[in-house]
Design a protein around this ligand. Structure first.
Ligand code: ADP
Ligand code: MG
Length: 687
């Protein structure tokens, strides 16, 4: 098979000496295949030169210049090289952040080709995001559309280009298609060999885009195929369960002190019909903070109780798990449902009896932290698993709990709405229920932006509300004060607020360095109204309900992400009182921070904010922190390629449906072997 040739070390290529090979290894290129799929991040159009004096925002500089001097500015680790260059039109500066090595590779007097976006700054034409390449005396630079690769120190675009060219010449034409050519043609895509070559050395932008699309489709197709197979493996399970009567659920609903919202009812119904289906459920329940997801989960758990099976509800923090357990106990214990709470801190004395009750099936619903899946915890018949605030758990933690049961139904909950465009990628194998509306009667939180320096006005406003009996959160980005900056920390501010600002009120402090037990105590006291002000870090971000808390003050708000701020704001406005959120920001905001604060000021819709966040941060960052362990897209962009993604999904699902992919197989490919799980459901991982 030809692939073993592609798996040879890159060193076997002509022109790849030991030095170059070592540098390639540093950016993850070890084999010839790695080299072929090291795609350009951009192209440089060498057909028209644009000198320094003629750049605009949408016309980057492309010019031949001479290095006139090297200078350094900044100190210590911040020390930065500045290279002055001159072309026939003007002088310009290259600010070489993290590229000190350019001092040696571009000596004064050398001729260089410079490409990049420039700006007028401090009276100079400068750039910190440029590509530069030394032109050897007497040599003419290459012409046409040239690839710009991600590089590493000491590896020049020119040498990487030569290596890729020779890899393409020797092997490129023989790379086989992995997508059925008929299918590819029907989607207007080009073959793999052609796409590879055109992705590196396209004739023009159109060809570059056609190549990128084809490669992106292939990547998305494989990804969706994995999802389609997992779904089909799940559907192939036959659970033979009898439909539930729903009697317990109805009795609970009758006991509720409120009417369920339409969206809640719909979610309950969607989950209910999954739970009656003959195969396990995998569903995501998304709904903004305060939309009432917990009760939906609890009502759904009663299906399992009715069947004599067990449910586990897992929350990311002990405080939250305790609160869920307390609420649940008051609602379901009167129905005869046996409920338990389990965390790492459940006292040694009661633990053994609790564990044996779980193992023997004398507990119907257990609510707790990650202790729910720790070793030594066994269930008699775990059939319904709820993961609250699912993004706070890793894939392995979610799977660990899942594996305590025998093909249990799985409900994941999130208060960070997933933009539609990302949902198919991140949660492609989950069905989704959405609660869009919040319960009636809630007054929207009034948001104010305040500049640092004016925070005393905020403190005075808060004082009035405290005097009326309300409670307030104050959130800071750090626990202690930081040495390097003058950011306020929670510890110091707790002291200041207690002693100087609100000496008449009780102030307490909550942060992640405290012991779990201590945290629970503090939170419980706050819930009971003992402390009036709770100073905290983002530990309060997660779902705790304090109806009397009517103020959220976030200082250095620019330090927090959009979704974190939205979550923080969601901590208030859960009771009958008009609530307020103050976002105190400091000087020198970045453009992104301004956009984030503006977005929060003008919208309280978590879905709109999630889309906005995606626009500001781009999918990379969201995907980077994302839940999905197995998602590694190298060329496709789930946002930009959303239409392509939908096509790939349709095609992949059709292929699985048509039954042409039988058993598990491993498909060797230039990107590395990809394993398809078999339809019998062995080895079915989560996304
Ligand atoms: P989240 O979706 O953020 O997890 P919770 O489940 O914690 O929200 O619910 C927030 C609060 O709203 C809780 O106090 C809950 O009892 C209350 N609640 C839930 N559903 C309703 C409803 N339909 N009407 C009024 N209050 C509700
Ligand atoms: Mg919640």
């Amino acid at each position: 098979m030809f692939l073993h040739e592609l798996r040879q070390p890159a060193a076997t290529l002509r022109g790849a000496g030991p030095l170059a090979t070592a540098k390639l290894a540093r950016i993850g290129i070890n084999t010839i295949a790695d080299l072929l799929i090291h795609y350009p991040r951009d192209y440089e159009d060498r057909s028209t030169l644009i000198p320094f004096a003629s750049f605009t925002d949408d016309r980057p500089v492309l010019t031949i210049a001479e290095v006139s001097s090297h200078e350094w500015f900044g100190f210590g680790r911040m020390k930065t090289l500045k290279i002055r260059v001159r072309d026939e039109s003007s002088e310009a500066c290259l600010i070489c952040f993290n590229r000190p090595f350019l001092e040696r590779s571009l000596p004064v007097g050398s001729t260089v080709l410079v490409h990049g976006r420039f700006q007028f700054r401090y009276g100079e034409i400068q750039s910190s995001s440029f590509d530069v390449e030394k032109i050897e005396a007497g040599k003419k630079p290459e012409a046409g559309l040239l690839p710009l690769y991600p590089l590493t120190e000491g590896l020049a675009q020119g040498s990487l280009r030569r290596l890729v060219r020779s890899a393409l010449e020797m092997y490129g034409r023989r790379v086989e298609d992995e997508i059925d050519p008929e299918l590819a043609a029907s989607r207007g895509l080009i073959g793999k060999a052609q796409a590879l070559s055109a992705a590196h050395f396209p004739l023009d932008q159109d060809q570059a885009e056609a190549a990128r699309r084809s490669l992106a489709y292939e990547e998305l197709f494989k990804f969706q195929l994995g999802i389609a197979l997992r779904i089909s493996a799940r559907k192939a399970q036959n659970l033979e369960r009898k439909p539930s009567t729903g009697i317990l659920a109805r009795r609970l609903i009758e006991r509720l002190p409120f009417e369920l919202t339409e969206d809640q009812k719909k979610a309950i119904q969607e989950i209910g019909s999954d739970l009656d289906a003959p195969h396990p459920m995998a569903r995501l329940l998304q709904g903004d903070v305060g939309s009432g997801k917990t009760i939906v989960a609890l009502i759904s758990a009663l299906h399992a109780v009715e069947r004599g099976e067990q449910s586990a509800i897992m929350a990311p923090t002990e405080i939250l798990a305790r609160q869920h357990a307390a609420v649940a106990a008051s609602l379901v214990e009167p129905l005869g449902v046996r409920l338990a709470f389990l965390s790492g801190n459940v006292e040694d004395a009661s633990r053994p009896s609790l564990l044996s009750a779980l193992a023997e099936g004398r507990i119907d619903i257990v609510i707790g932290t990650h202790a729910l899946f720790s070793r030594g915890v066994a269930y008699r018949s775990l059939s319904f698993v709820v993961i609250d605030e699912q993004h706070r758990f890793g894939v392995s933690q979610r799977t660990a709990l899942y594996e305590k049961g025998r093909l249990p139904d799985m409900l994941m909950m999130t208060a960070t709405p997933i933009p539609r465009s990302l949902a198919l990628t991140l949660f492609g194998d989950l069905a989704v229920s959405t609660i869009r509306s919040v319960p009636p009667g809630r007054k929207p939180v009034v948001t104010h932006l305040a500049r640092q320096g004016n925070e005393s006005r905020v403190y005075e406003f808060v004082r009035k509300l405290l005097a009326e009996g309300r409670q307030a959160f104050f959130v800071y980005p750090l626990i202690g004060e930081s040495e390097k900056s003058d950011l306020k920390g929670a510890e110091d501010m707790a002291k200041r607020l207690a002693e100087e600002i609100y000496p008449e009120f009780d102030v307490s402090l909550l942060h992640s360095r405290l012991k779990e037990e201590r945290k629970s105590e503090i939170m419980e006291e706050f819930i009971k109204g003992k402390a009036k002000v709770l100073v905290a870090t983002t530990v309060v971000e997660v779902g705790v309900d304090v109806p009397n808390a009517a103020v959220m003050v976030v200082e250095h708000a620019e330090r927090f992400g959009l979704s974190a701020l939205h979550q923080l704001r969601g901590r208030v406005g859960r009771g009958e009182y008009q609530s307020y959120c103050f976002l105190v920001y400091s000087e020198g905001l970045s453009d992104d921070a301004i956009q984030r604060l503006k977005a929060l000021y003008s919208s309280s819709d978590g879905f709109a904010l999630a889309e906005e966040d995606l626009k500001i941060r781009g999918p990379g960052e969201l995907l980077g922190t994302a839940q999905s362990g197995s998602l590694r897209l190298t060329i496709a962009d789930p946002i930009r390629d959303f239409d392509l993604l939908k096509e790939a999904r349709t095609d992949a699902f059709a292929l699985v449906e048509s039954d042409q992919i039988g058993r598990a197989h491993v498909i060797p490919s230039i990107e590395g072997d990809w394993r398809l799980r078999n339809r019998e459901g062995r080895e079915v991982p989560e996304t």
